[in-house]
Write a protein that binds this ligand. Structure first.
Ligand code: EPZ
Length: 465
């Protein structure tokens, strides 16, 4: 059982950094299936979900290694432009982390040769929803794929109907057999596809169609595409691999199919959700932090809500300054697809507003049921009433430490944030969830002055699975 202990109240202060983006890396790893060769991805965070994706690729015959970030001589150096990478040691990523890892400086090498299997198992997919991202690339590369239907999860139902609609429109035959998605295509034909769903567009659905369309015959136009920065990251990686994609970052993406793709080299953007989580922790504690390498332009919706809660936010020479008031002001939050307020920061914002002066209403229009953290926060003295798709938060100026339980990644981060401003000790059970999406949030917070410790969670994969 892994436990995180937080003693408060504390006021965070100091300078911190942000790791590479989890939600950019995972679709890029899956899309590498499309392109035989050796790919290098820099600024990859040491996360459980990266190991999970490496395990899925390993089962398909694709081996991913952590490499230290020295340059290595590679015969395709010319193909990768002037950048030369020297590898002096490597570690199989599907078996965990190297003991020589330096958080914030991960690099992976993905060796894509022949595909030896077309199946992503129920066990793998049930562990990580992003596994669905291998479906389209497998169909495009080898003509068939068998991927377990992802179940629901604690944040609510996770349908994939839009992914399947996209594949069918490109000419794939898609059936559901015994809990598996069976997809096959003798050849793929570009077409126009509308990806708007009941709650806006779909991030991984856009990734699925954009990746698959790279090897389809002719032109594909994706209408109502997701505009998240992570979609732009994937498009950039695919262009580096020879794909012809334009319009990424807008609601309309155009893909001109090509006959094949090749090795690519890519450096991943900083994780905007990690940056936003650190900013919420600073504001919740009335602290002042400088985030060295956050992409300020990726978080305008969060800056708007934090300023409405009384915080001072500024971009200072490439870094982001975040300063909270002694006690936040109440404000309302509604989540939407990018560039709206991210659903992945909704719980962390609750961690701020539970101590605000006044009453706030948080509405999640992307995952309406994403409020399981609320009853856990009430154990700290928070006053939250959930009526799906909203939570009404009546701010209180004092919270008290208690024992709580984490059930998913972002909810776990929210409980840590609330605990930082609670008086006394909070014990967070199942704290290992954090390490699915944060390299080492407890250490980052400790460096900013938090009194936080972890037990049974070494940050190694075994402890966190
Ligand atoms: C991605 O999930 C992220 N995960 C999620 O982050 C994030 O919360 C989500 O996008 C929304 O921003 C990764 O990138 C690995 P969606 P994804 O398809 O793509 C509905 C985290 O904490 N929908 O954009 O699976 C769906 O039910 C994770 O890092 C359909 O109706 O989310 C939801 O209401 C959690 N049909 C909405 O669209 C479909 O076929 C958005 O889902 C697909 C989705």
């Amino acid at each position: 059982m892994n436990v995180i202990r937080v003693r408060g109240p504390v006021r965070l202060a100091g300078t911190t950094y942000v790791s590479g983006s989890k939600n950019a890396v995972l679709p890029i790893m899956a899309a590498s299936i499309l392109a035989p060769g050796t790919h290098y991805i820099e600024n990859v965070p040491f996360l459980v979900d990266v190991v999970n994706m490496a395990q899925i690729l390993h089962d398909l015959g694709i081996d991913t290694y952590w490499v230290d970030s020295k340059p290595v001589e590679i015969e395709e150096a010319g193909r990768l432009g002037p950048h030369v990478i020297r590898r002096t040691q490597r570690h199989p990523a599907w078996s965990g982390y190297p003991d020589w890892r330096t958080p914030g400086d991960g690099m992976i090498e993905i060796n894509v040769g022949d595909i030896v299997s077309d199946t992503a198992s129920y066990e793998a997919v049930s562990r990580m929803r992003a596994s669905i991202s291998v479906l389209g690339p497998l169909v495009a590369r080898v003509g068939h794929a068998r991927v377990s239907m992802p179940g629901g999860c604690v944040i609510g139902p996770r349908p994939v109907d839009l992914h399947l609609k996209g594949l069918r429109t490109l000419g794939a035959k898609v059936e559901l057999q015994g809990g598996f998605i069976e997809a096959s295509a003798a050849g793929l034909q570009g077409d126009r596809i509308y990806l708007g769903g009941p709650r806006g567009s779909t991030v991984l659905g856009t990734a699925t169609v954009m990746s698959t369309a790279c090897l389809a015959e002719g032109v594909t136009v994706i209408e109502h595409a997701a505009q998240e920065p992570e979609v732009v990251e994937l498009a950039t990686f695919l262009r580096n691999a020879g794909a012809r994609i334009s319009g990424d970052g807008t609601h309309r993406i155009i893909v001109e199919g090509v006959s094949s793709l090749h090795s690519a080299h890519h450096r991943v953007i900083p994780d905007r959700i990690e940056a936003g989580t650190l900013a919420c922790a600073a504001v919740a504690t009335g602290g002042e932090i400088l985030i060295e390498n956050a992409r300020f332009d990726h978080l305008f919706a969060l800056w708007d809500r934090l300023q409405s809660a009384g915080a001072f936010i500024d971009e200072v020479g490439g870094a982001t300054m975040v300063r909270g008031q002694k006690r936040p002001q109440a404000t309302d939050v509604s989540t939407f697809p990018y560039p709206g307020f991210p659903t992945d920061l909704q719980a962390q914002m609750a961690g701020v507003l539970v101590r605000a002066e006044g009453t706030s209403v948080i509405t999640d229009r992307v995952f309406p049921e994403r409020f399981w953290y609320a009853p856990e926060m009430t154990r700290l003295g928070a006053r939250i009433r959930v009526e799906i798709p909203s939570a009404t938060v009546q701010g209180t100026d004092r919270l008290w430490g208690a024992e709580v339980a984490a059930r998913d990644l972002r909810g776990a981060a929210a409980l840590v944030i609330a605990a930082l401003s609670a008086e006394g000790e909070t014990v967070i059970r199942d704290g290992g969830h954090l390490y699915r999406g944060y390299e080492d949030l407890p250490s980052q917070l400790k460096f900013l002055g938090a009194d936080i410790s972890v037990e049974g969670v070494s940050g190694d994969v075994e402890d966190s699975l």
